[in-house]
Write a protein that binds this ligand. Structure first.
Ligand SMILES: Cc1cc2nc3c(=O)[nH]c(=O)nc-3n(C[C@H](O)[C@H](O)[C@H](O)COP(=O)(O)O)c2cc1C
Ligand SMILES: C=C(O[C@@H]1CC(C(=O)O)=C[C@@H](OP(=O)(O)O)[C@H]1O)C(=O)O
Length: 371
């Protein structure tokens, strides 16, 4: 479906950046899940625009759960989340509405929706819609937490500044994930935080923008989740990650670095240490599309924000004449620091869907494992 993702757990999103509100409907949640609303608020806080390294459009992002939730628990019926848009400045888009923004969705939206799309603030294509995805992800994360599964991300790279990588040792990784989940500007090496902020600030001062890489790990993932082909963990999760505006690349495990390895270097030796494990984790916890119980490791590339203040060349969509574009408005000079919680949320939604699929199959099988 066009605006819905998922099988056992589905998430539908709707709304536009400058409309009254944006929203998400989650269907398939079990009844009786006690929702921690403070946790949802904490997650929303991580996505909020703060200081001079983010858009100056500050939104309260207050969540209204208007269905599927009663007396502190999910009811099991569709759960609807609404967030009001309270700080729109639509006139910023009026003067330039015919000047197609390079690298944004203005041209493709116009072609697809025949000119009827709400162009203000990127309309339905806006990163604004990721606010409801974070709220939905926070609900999914609570269910995963009950199962002991932890998800966390950090900014591995922003322009040319690099953070350390997540540890390959599970006890250290667990500590790192919990640290990243407490921080606002998620870097393992906080000594690099100032340098990274500076790169974003300098780009902003020059009317420019920067992108980067987010590294995500999932710890204590049960084995046997995922399907061999079309709903492999990689397919399912990357489908969701590529749905996040500005994500242009996703890799698992060694990803594109596999190209330079020999099989003897890339293979993960199998061992038994109370449970089946691998000595290394080049495959990022996934073999044959299915989790093997090792941490799932993902990297997502976020492109530089398309709306920059430097003058750009484009065309007028009516006349097709070349024109200069001088963007007005309030834009993120970098998306990466706000997007990491969006990535975590998408991973949570995708994994919960696959786990629910597995649990429903297992409940039908009644432990019929071949002896
Ligand atoms: C949290 C978030 C904030 C964003 N902020 C902006 C912004 O301020 N200005 C902008 O032009 N694009 C912003 N984007 C990216 C655009 O929405 C995105 O590049 C555009 O919709 C085109 O999609 P594509 O990059 O996936 O092709 C943001 C994306 C996210 C996830
Ligand atoms: C509002 C948010 O981000 C917006 C995402 C966005 C875009 O084109 O994606 C463009 C800007 O919108 P506007 O021009 O209305 O200020 C950002 O501020 C948000 O993330 O909550």
């Amino acid at each position: 479906m066009k605006n819905t993702f998922g099988n056992q757990l589905s998430v539908t999103i709707f709304g536009e950046s400058h409309g009254d509100c944006i929203g998400a409907v989650m269907d398939g949640l079990a009844p009786g899940i006690a929702l921690d609303l403070d946790f949802i608020k904490q997650q929303m806080e991580k996505r909020k625009a703060k200081g001079n390294i983010s858009t100056q459009r500050k939104e309260a992002d207050e969540i209204h759960i208007v269905s599927g939730y009663f007396e502190g628990y999910t009811t099991g019926t569709p759960l609807t989340i609404l967030i009001e848009n309270t700080n729109t400045r639509s006139h910023d888009y009026e003067k330039t509405k015919n000047r197609l923004r390079p690298s944004h969705a203005d041209y493709t939206a116009d072609i697809k929706y025949l000119g009827y799309q709400d162009y203000r603030g990127g309309g339905h294509f806006s990163g604004r819609l990721t606010a409801v995805l974070v709220a939905a992800g926070a609900i999914a994360m609570q269910v995963l937490k009950e199962k002991g599964i932890l998800i966390g991300s950090h900014i591995l790279q922003c322009h040319h500044i690099k953070d350390d990588k997540f540890s390959t040792k599970e006890d250290i990784l667990e500590e790192q994930i919990s640290q990243m989940n407490q921080c606002d500007f998620a870097l393992l090496n906080q000594k690099k935080a100032e340098e990274m902020r500076k790169v974003i600030e300098e780009a902003a001062m020059q009317g420019d923008s920067v992108g980067g890489i987010i590294e995500t790990c999932v710890l204590h993932m049960p084995e046997g989740i995922g399907e061999p082909f079309f709903d492999s963990i990689e397919s399912h999760i990357s489908h969701l990650l590529f749905s996040v505006p500005a994500v242009k690349g996703v890799e698992f495990g060694e990803g594109f670095d596999f190209a330079k390895l020999y099989g003897s270097e890339a293979n993960d030796a199998i061992l038994f240490d109370g449970k089946v494990k691998t000595a290394t984790n080049h495959n990022g916890g996934i073999n044959g599309g299915i989790s093997n119980g090792m941490p799932i490791c993902i990297r997502s590339v976020i492109k530089p924000t398309p709306s920059i203040y430097k003058q750009q060349d484009t065309i007028d969509k009516e006349t097709h004449e070349p024109v200069k574009l001088q963007i007005q408005g309030r834009h993120d000079p970098a998306i990466i620091h706000r997007a990491r919680v969006v990535i975590d949320s998408m991973v949570a939604i995708g994994l919960l869907d696959l786990i629910m699929e597995r649990e429903s199959t297992l409940s039908m099988l009644h432990n019929r494992k071949r002896k």
